[in-house]
Design a protein around this ligand. Structure first.
Ligand SMILES: Cc1cc2nc3c(=O)[nH]c(=O)nc-3n(C[C@H](O)[C@H](O)[C@H](O)COP(=O)(O)OP(=O)(O)OC[C@H]3O[C@@H](n4cnc5c(N)ncnc54)[C@H](O)[C@@H]3O)c2cc1C
Length: 386
């Protein structure tokens, strides 16, 4: 595993530039952009320069080719400052992973260099107004017409869809297939006629990044847009990509949980009550200890999932455990941080209320935590057959 002790000098340099980028370009503007729900274009421009849109794309296509472990460390560091920034690369890199793993040679040559350079950015469109967890119930339909597919349907909660130029869209190519996943495919759709962004959604947290509702109306794309050129593989392809997505979510959880801890450790030494700093009250000490333990456990699970991903093993259970634990750690730590900060935790002038609003998304996105528990227990049985 490329953990802290084993990083190459190139990885160390990349992490140092990410730290400088966060301090110079993100921290000073995060609160204002978040409050006004403004897309952080100048931050995105810097991410393009840093090569972050190609973080996990292979160097032969112009990417940085980073291990999942180093990628997770970058995401953790970003999320100690502003979680929304991590989402701008997350679904873009899940889309890229699907093309890199399952795409035809022509698709890799055509798309991956543009994804890596950030010239063409996007995400994944799976969720529909009537279904999210139960993806086999999607209704968006792609019908073959000579050398094209004609796509009709609606998607919602799609990140990077208003500002991005392309999406990997999960569709039904054979709605009668049994089991249903055999009739599901993943198609790359660039912005163009028949693809409309209906409205940007207003969210509790995770603001700044565009999350929108989409409609496809007789949207015509060439047949070569089907990832891998063979119909019926879409669910499998996206689930493989979601392993990386769940490691990203776990790393976000570590980042938020750590930010809550670090700010609480500092505040608890400055704030005084009954003649002493509040860190000398045992009730506060208990909270700090629990918060720190959650951060460490979440980081270890995330590293272990990233290690399994990097070795090419199936890692849905490991990524699920990391995502489940780290997201719950972020939620718990944001509540504890708010209590330690008292009224200031409730103020828009401190970061704690933002962590408290951002953290719950981690229990929903990339598969809810209920779904992660189902995945984990299915794998426990599968791997321990009697
Ligand atoms: C800010 C934000 C950004 C998002 N970005 C994207 C994106 O870029 N692309 C995309 O495709 N989607 C995106 N999503 C959607 C997200 O992936 C879905 O919200 C998520 O998969 C859950 O689906 P749902 O909201 O339809 O909940 P539902 O599937 O309706 O579930 C509702 C509740 O029932 C539970 N449940 C459902 N089935 C079961 C079961 N079998 N057993 C036990 N419990 C169950 C769920 O865990 C949940 O608690 C985003 C969502 C948000 C909030």
């Amino acid at each position: 595993m490329n953990n802290a002790a084993q990083r190459t000098s190139e990885e160390v340099m990349i992490l140092d530039s990410v730290d400088r980028f966060l301090e110079r370009d993100v921290r000073p503007v995060a609160r204002d952009l978040e409050a006004s729900d403004t897309y952080p274009q100048s931050i995105v421009d810097r991410m393009v320069e840093l090569g972050l849109f190609g973080a996990t794309i292979a160097p032969e296509y112009g990417g940085l080719g980073l291990s999942a472990s180093t990628y997770a460390t970058i995401i953790e560091r970003i999320c100690t400052v502003w979680m929304s920034v991590s989402g701008i690369v997350n679904s873009h890199l899940i889309m890229a992973a699907a093309v890199q793993r399952f795409g035809t040679d022509e698709q890799k040559q055509s798309y991956l260099p543009r994804f890596a350079s950030g010239e063409l950015r996007g995400g994944i469109a799976l969720t529909e107004p009537d279904c999210g967890t139960d993806l086999q119930a999607i209704r968006t339909r792609a019908v073959r017409d000579a050398d094209d597919y004609v796509v009709n349907g609606a998607k919602t909660w799609i990140s990077n869809s208003a500002e991005g130029g392309i999406l990997a869209v999960l569709v039904k190519t054979d709605p009668k297939a049994e089991p249903a996943h055999r009739g599901m495919s993943l198609i790359l759709i660039e912005k163009g006629p028949g693809f409309s962004v209906v409205r940007k959604l207003d969210k509790l947290g995770y603001r700044g990044i565009d999350t929108a509702e989409l409609v496809f109306e007789d949207c015509r794309v060439p047949r070569t847009s089907l990832i891998g050129a063979q119909e019926g593989r879409g669910l499998q392809q996206i689930l493989a990509g979601l392993e990386l997505g769940r490691i990203n979510i776990a790393a976000r959880g570590v980042g938020i949980a750590r930010a809550c801890l670090d700010e609480s450790i500092a505040y608890a030494q400055l704030r005084r009550s009954f003649g002493k700093p509040i860190c000398e009250h045992q009730a506060i000490q208990m909270k700090l200890a629990d918060m720190a333990t959650r951060v460490e456990a979440a980081r270890l699970l995330t590293e272990s999932a990233a290690q399994a991903y990097d070795s090419g093993e199936r890692c849905d259970m490991e990524a699920g455990m990391a995502k489940l634990h780290a997201s719950e750690a972020a939620i718990s730590n944001s509540v504890d941080a708010m209590r330690i900060h008292g009224a200031y935790g409730y103020s828009r002038e401190f970061n704690i209320e933002r962590y408290y609003r951002d953290a719950p998304l981690l229990a929903i996105g990339e598969g809810t935590n209920e779904l992660q528990r189902i995945i984990i227990s299915r794998q426990l049985i599968e791997r321990n057959k009697v």
